[in-house]
Design a protein. Structure first.
Length: 323
């Protein structure tokens, strides 16, 4: 819920909780099953961290979840924000939760212009939040201020005229509601161009597991070559290799340029084309098969059992590969 709207995340939560009702169920599950259940939410490292931590709690901690902030924070995938949320919500420990909503409420109400993405700003806002925290009922207080930011003190065009805190709001009094909170850095967005190769043979499609340190780790996709820009022909150059005598030096002509899919991530924009090629091309052009990760042919009617990135799911939805 830190990066996903509740309406979008809730069905996933319900499904996840039914499939893995205890930490032991999650610990015993295969990673592919966990990733498939998470599929569509993005931020897949969180699913991997959940699985890793579940195994640690189940085996090393005998199924007992730690109750103190510092020990919670030591768990893989849990930082200051999540540890504070767990400690206060689950165990009523006095730790302030500082998320985007809290940054916005405090910045506007107190008139703080220190950039929220700076080290100084994070310390200042955390200090203010700790000072304001209701030590007797920290869980309710944290949820209340987060909800206030999500429902009332929204990022764009907040309804200040009906806000119950408008009389004490510094940003409203100084006409700076639209200026606060302040961010010092703009997120740099990287464009990437993926060329996927759809290789079919006898009712099967070739897929591979992404094992490299990159986006979508441990999800499945197709053999792929990344280029510096979008291309209008398959990026396979027979001149780059020395084929034996008698081997064809080019792939079959492409009748039309495949659709260019666009997929937006937090720090990257992926542009992808899906090229249909024959299985013989894998031998003609070994660069296709040099992707890290295991490649295997899967029956088309079994593809829905594997976890794919949303980009690949969109391709499936527009094509008849996946039954």
């Amino acid at each position: 819920m830190q990066q996903t709207r509740v309406q979008q995340g809730l069905p996933y939560y319900v499904t996840f909780a039914k499939k893995f009702p205890t930490v032991h169920h999650l610990a015993k599950a295969k990673e592919d099953v966990v990733m498939k259940t998470w599929q569509g939410l993005g931020y897949y490292s969180r699913a991997r961290n959940l699985h890793y931590t579940a195994k640690f709690i189940s085996k090393d901690l005998k199924g007992k979840f730690p109750t103190e902030f510092e020990t919670i924070k030591e768990l893989k995938g849990i930082g200051e924000y999540t540890a504070s949320a767990i400690a206060s919500f689950a165990f009523n420990k006095p730790h302030a939760v500082v998320d985007g909503n809290v940054f916005r409420v405090l910045s506007r109400y107190l008139g703080i212009a220190t950039p929220i993405d700076s080290t100084e700003g994070k310390k200042e806002f955390t200090c203010k939040a700790e000072m304001l925290l209701d030590k007797k009922d920290p869980g309710t207080f944290n949820q209340a201020i987060m909800e206030f930011g999500a429902m009332q003190c929204v990022p764009q065009n907040p309804a200040c005229a009906i806000c119950p805190l408008n009389k004490g709001c510094v940003a409203l009094a100084t006409d700076r509601v639209d200026e606060l909170p302040v961010k010092s850095q703009k997120t740099k967005v990287r464009n990437r161009y993926f060329n996927y190769f759809i290789v079919r043979k006898e009712g099967k499609t070739l897929i591979k597991k992404r094992t490299e340190k990159d986006i979508w780790k441990n999800l499945y996709d197709f053999p792929m070559i990344e280029t510096k820009k979008a291309v209008k022909r398959p990026p396979l150059n027979p001149l780059l290799i020395a084929p034996p005598l008698g081997r064809k030096k080019s792939v079959s002509p492409v009748p039309e340029i495949p659709k260019l899919f666009k997929h937006i991530l937090s720090h990257q924009v992926i542009y992808a084309r899906f090229w249909d090629i024959s299985s013989d091309a894998l031998k003609q052009f070994p660069e296709i098969g040099q992707n890290k990760g295991k490649q295997v042919y899967i029956l088309d009617n079994q593809l829905n059992k594997f976890a794919f990135p949303r980009l690949i799911e969109r391709y499936f939805e527009e094509n008849s590969t996946k039954k």
